[in-house]
Design a protein around this ligand. Sequence first.
Ligand code: ADP
Length: 622
Amino acid sequence: MQTTPEFDFRNTVSDHRLVGLWRMLTGFRLAYLGAVVGVGLAAVLKTGTYLLLRYFVDDVLGQSGLGRTVPLIALGFVGLALLQGGFTFLSGKLAAQTAEGITRRLRNYLFDHIQRLPFTYHDQTQTGELIQRATSDVDAVRRFFADQAIGVGQIILLFVVNLAAVVSLNRQLALLSILIMPLVLVMSVFFFKKVSAAYEAYQEQEAVVSTTLQENLTGVRVVKAFARQSWERDKFEQHNWEQFQRGRQLLVMHSLYWPISDILCGAQMLGGFLAAALMAINGDISVGTYLAYHGLVIWLIWPIRNLGRLIVHMSTGLVSYGRVLELVREAQEPLTEGSHIPTGDVQGEIVFDRVCFEYDGEESKVLKSVSFRCEPGQVVALLGSTGSGKTTLVNLLPRFYDYTGGSVTLDGVELTAYPRRFLRQQIGIVEQEPFLFSRTIRENMTYGVGRDVSDEEVEAAARSAAIHDVVLAFPDGYQTLVGEKGVTLSGGQKQRVAIARTLLKDPRILILDDATSSVDLETEGVIRGALERLMQGRTSFVIAHRIQSVMNADLILVLDRGQIVQRGTHPELLAQEGMYRRIYEMQARVEDELEWELGDIQLAEDLPDVMEGETVYVGLAV
Ligand code: ADP
């Protein structure tokens, strides 16, 4: 595979779309020029055929010694046709190469660009919209380069060459043959505007449809679990109907343009034929000139007619180019910006001082004056109801978002002074539902480690994460594919793979979204053990959902609506009146009841109807 050289599309951005498109041609301009010259030469050769015809009829036919001249002229016709075909092929090949090359480079760039955009951008943009821009819109840009831009060159050359040829035949005729042109141009510009607007609306709606499809695929389990298929189908149908309407509008625009332009061009051609025939009858022009004109005028009208078509089609390429450009203009998250990179190891002392945060475009503060201190190697547990700001708080550490007030320091240095890339290398994250790629287990474990890892290391990490035996039970061991095309891992297994991955990365700071509440008791014990091994000697932030997960923490922060309402260790907090004790008592009561009920169920001879064949979840939202 050949890789594309680095090309920063941000450098092509210009307020004038044509300038921007010209800049995008960097590196392909020679080939593109070759393509334009190719179509030009093919046009000249085609015109030459008609001029040869005229010469043949007027100057050769009727003369003596035809036997020698006719084969030569026949050869001339064949030669011209061959050359014309050759140049057409060459220009087509060069144009396709250029267009495919530019779009390949553009797709590669967009892929990388999108993954470098900040979280704030991704929060506000739907995935389907991004996919639409990186595929369908890029394809419209490809068509622009492959067909439309080359087509314009071809049309202009054909027009100029044929007009010159017709002028050389007869000036009056030439003038008569292009009377219609201004009208066609005005009409094209009118349709250009209409089609641009209709196409933009169509592309926007297509993005909505692909977002709906993508969400449905991602959330297929939820859809099935809630039996919402009919509702989802109706929603999709509604969006699809809207796209159908917009598509129809776009087609109506196109189909309105064609008959009008055909009538105009047909009338122009007939007028030309009539005038030329009358002139030939009156003896103003020769029969050869009439015949040549007959052929040439078709190739004079063709560009006029097609210029309109191209202008209308170009509007789609330009609209798509504009949509791609909007994406290119988005500022990437600077990964290396920041002056402070410590010489030694990071210690992991973290201090929050009156930290405030609100999401982009949101009025209300999600974190309100949060202050706490955490020594290297300590475990900080965050407890609080859903939406209290726990995730937001830990997301500030790798600078997924930057705090909007107060200060956060790592080893005494402001967090914003560290380059994002450096910070992220120091931080390991185990999410509640870790995402695994559709690759092998080994590849998932070594993902982002940033160095060659030996099999022994991988196995040691897997053992420590209590996943080694599970992996060995698969026929392909560590080479087993996971995800859509491979085995499906349970939530607890995925978590342990993520723990092994983090162990291999060996970061100084950990962020753990403790998900032990969603697995069975045995797995919970296994995961808890793995997490404890992972946390040893690292500063750790644990988003806790159950009191058991926080009991050993050095500092427990109880959050409520973005504020720390209680802080301390487990015994300290139990001794106080407040939210922590209420949560503790509530959880203890529910667990007691659960135990009692389970005992009851085991004693009962017949399970109640409702239990048959159903899974009963007992959940607790803290
Ligand atoms: P927790 O992790 O405690 O459940 P979060 O930190 O996820 O809480 O959310 C805190 C608040 O911030 C909630 O009100 C939530 O709606 C809001 N929030 C979370 N993420 C975003 C986001 N990307 N954009 C805007 N608001 C958000």
